[in-house]
Design a protein around this ligand. Sequence first.
Ligand code: ATP
Length: 383
Amino acid sequence: MARTKAGNSEDPNPSVELRDVTKRFGDFTAVDDLTLAIGEGEFFTMLGPSGCGKTTTLRMVAGFEEATEGQVLIDGADVVGLPPYKRPTNTVFQSYALFPHMNVADNVAFGLKRKGVDKKEIERRVGEELERVGLAREANRRPAQLSGGMQQRVALARALVNLPKVLLLDEPLGALDLKLRKGLQVQLKRIQREVGITFVYVTHDQEEALTMSDRIAVMNQGRIEQVADPEQVYDRPASTFVAGFIGVSNLMPGTVRKSGASGEVELDSGAKIKAKVGGFSVGERLNAVVRPEKLDVDAGGPGDPVVEGLVESSLYLGTATQLIVKLPDDVRMTVLVPNADEAQRQRLPGGGAKVKLSWAPEHMHVVRESAEPTSSNDKEEAT
Ligand code: ATP
């Protein structure tokens, strides 16, 4: 993969900027020459698997880690060397880190008291933030008397009350159960819109990233593979890594037979498919991606691309039925058919049946292979 210099937002005065930032721990490179610009008021998410460097990147913005090389700018000012409390940022951690001996209001007021803000002003601002996160009635309770979700909302109010220019959130919903997490995702997004502060959010949960973000940076081994809005990351992944990490990948390997906008790809399963392959040359290997919900079973329109395969399994999932279809090159495709019509569901082919999978041409997207591991880090991971 070419080193990514993507992610420069349209904003000419970015809120957060990383320029050629590298972070090494000994001879291990956790963040590798990362360049990124986050716009003011953006909900920006860094998404990737465990160990990809997203938390380290966030901690360099917060000031808990210093970059080994490169520049970190907030609101145009170089913050390298500044301790966290001198940066216009606040961080919300997965572990709420509340003071157990203080009540909710005192926890939220803590930063303002330290700054010597007027008592009346503190009261007003704390009241306002507790109202915003829906905890006005819990002001006198201790953290131990609150649920995990409530504690995290206290942590959020405690950060927002300081009016940071940038709020950094490190897997803030990671410790909560699924239902609570989904509820808080909606609340967090609402609060971000309301306060208009730049949010930089770290998660390994792709659904969370897709739901909440204005833009997502997908990270892999200390580098950015793609920066784009959620629709683009899902529909037009830049690499096989992104396609595989976001959603179900459904990668069909093939070879370019004719390049250009009206080109042709020969899939390893045997099908020849017309495709836009600008930027690829004849003979080049690639993967064709079609998302599970975009595949039709024995029902394509005239001229739609078609591949044949055998149904390996059929699974009822409530709102949809999932089929796994094996193509002649042993590639397995996941198909999701909505269970809108019971009669149609009954007609779906079962295990062992031969089927034709088709899709509208605009629903296929071609990607290059992600880079093979080359750095010393990768060798370490392979062992
Ligand atoms: P996770 O979701 O598991 O926290 P992450 O993408 O946030 O993953 P980082 O915490 O940024 O990953 O860590 C990136 C890599 O750097 C990991 O391999 C980690 O072991 C390593 N690393 C992080 N902090 C240190 C440190 N202080 N000393 C040595 N190695 C570190």
